[in-house]
Write a protein that binds this ligand. Structure first.
Ligand SMILES: *Cc1c(COP(=O)(O)O)cnc(C)c1O
Length: 419
């Protein structure tokens, strides 16, 4: 469910015409709907009403400060994976007591910042990290609240590049080693064992892998408690899929919540969630303008002014994004287009053989469901400035990240005088 709709054949975000924003700030740009962000957060929060739960938005999905601030106002915590994301979450007003820190490569600098901020939980991903964190905390005279991220060896996720819970993935502590590492952590000064953490993948289209992982975790928690570890929290990570195409029907958040509540309630734990895509994915679109309708020898190319540097998901994960013309022309004949960007890479393709109504040069198109892992993964490859981001809320809209000028884009670069 989202708030991008046609009104009189013109695509709107809530009450604002996409074309109006494009006229004002140029293209390409990311466009987010505040009502959709709030709605997705509330659907999730309401599904866990009455349960002891922390919903920590996965900042890597969309790290814009305005988006984080909006979610913080709703009561969201934050799941961060770097020192930069930690600073963003704090700057956006997320209380430290609602921040969890995940990631396989936390550095001493990052862990120091998190300890000094007093975050809620470190999700520790290896024995090495456990030792480093404990030693650092002792040196700083602090105690780090921790969960070990365990790897339940469950296959999940829509693509091999977004599966994280298999034994060959780099994430988490191997299932066979978890119990022994917990016993070690229990006796280690500098850390306090609080819970168990898991994150099995992303864009997961069925409840089965979540349920399989939870069943294994329930057994582990019983074992750990028998070993004298006071497990009071269960962090089940993120990963719930969203519909990108018309035929996709991922589990509804309410069904996901019902399953988790059923399995987790007997455990008597506080639940932590790290949803990213589910909150932000369908709340955003990338808006681009058609530069050329190029009739190649074998194919018809719709060349737009957004490229893989702006939205890398199709190139990186073969991801599907619905492409919606900003102006609907019911009488335009259908054409099979290869929709491509201007970047000098063969992989700069958004869609192959996509049936669209015939487009005109200068038309606007929206790449839908681009609110998660869109702007956050963008780069300035080909010296293309980062696409600005815009937030709509009802009839209001505001630029929440401006397009950098050429001077800003190159500001950190200098040539030494010996060249
Ligand atoms: C990426 C990530 C998430 C968010 O995943 P979604 O599929 O966007 O919900 C949550 N937790 C961790 C540890 C992650 O790396």
């Amino acid at each position: 469910m989202h708030h991008f709709e046609y009104k009189d054949d013109a695509l709107h975000a809530e009450d604002v015409a996409v074309a109006e924003i494009a006229e004002a700030i140029g293209t390409p740009f990311y466009l987010y709907s505040a009502a959709t962000l709030r709605r997705h957060y509330r659907v999730f929060a309401d599904a866990f009403a009455g349960a002891d739960a922390l919903i920590a938005f996965s900042v890597k999905a969309n790290s814009n400060l305005a988006v984080l601030k909006l979610l913080a106002r709703e009561g969201a915590g934050a799941d961060v994976v770097s020192g930069g994301e930690l600073r963003r979450a704090l700057a956006a007003g997320v209380p430290a007591g609602k921040i969890v820190f995940s990631g396989v490569g936390k550095t001493v600098e990052e862990m120091t910042a998190a300890l000094e901020a007093g975050i809620y939980q470190f999700n520790v991903e290896s024995a090495n990290e456990l030792e480093a964190l404990a030693a650092l905390a002792r040196r700083l005279g602090r105690t780090a609240p921790i969960a070990l991220r365990v790897n339940p060896d469950v296959a999940a996720g829509g693509h091999e590049k977004i599966s994280t819970g298999k034994s060959e993935d780099k994430f988490g502590v191997a299932w066979s080693e978890a119990r022994a590492l917990y016993a070690h952590a229990r006796d280690l000064d500098g850390v306090a064992v609080k819970g168990v953490d898991v994150h099995i993948g992303s864009q997961i289209a069925s409840l089965d892998p979540f349920e399989a992982a939870l069943a294994k975790l329930a057994e582990l928690i019983a074992d750990l408690r028998a070993d004298g570890c006071a497990i009071e929290r269960l962090d089940v990570g993120g990963g719930l899929g969203i519909p990108y195409g018309a035929g996709e029907v991922p589990p509804h958040p309410e069904d996901y919540a019902a399953m988790i509540r059923r399995v987790a309630e007997p455990l008597g734990v506080r639940l932590i969630f790290e949803p990213g895509r589910m909150i932000a994915g369908n709340a955003g679109a990338l808006i681009a303008r058609v530069i050329y309708d190029k009739k190649g020898a074998a194919r018809r190319f719709l060349i737009v002014d957004a490229g893989m540097n702006d939205l890398i998901r199709p190139a990186l994960y073969d991801a599907y994004h619905e492409i919606a013309p900003a102006t609907r022309r019911p009488d335009a004949p259908p054409v099979d287009y290869d929709v491509v960007g201007p970047v000098c890479e063969t992989g700069d393709i958004f869609a192959k053989g996509r049936a669209l109504p015939e487009m005109r040069e200068g038309d606007l198109v929206a790449f839908m469901s681009a609110g998660a892992y869109g702007a956050a993964q963008a780069s300035q490859y080909n010296s293309r400035p980062l696409a600005p981001e815009v937030l709509v809320d009802g009839a209001r809209w505001a630029v929440i990240r401006k397009r950098p000028s050429f001077e800003e884009m190159t500001a950190g670069e200098t040539a030494p005088d010996w060249i």
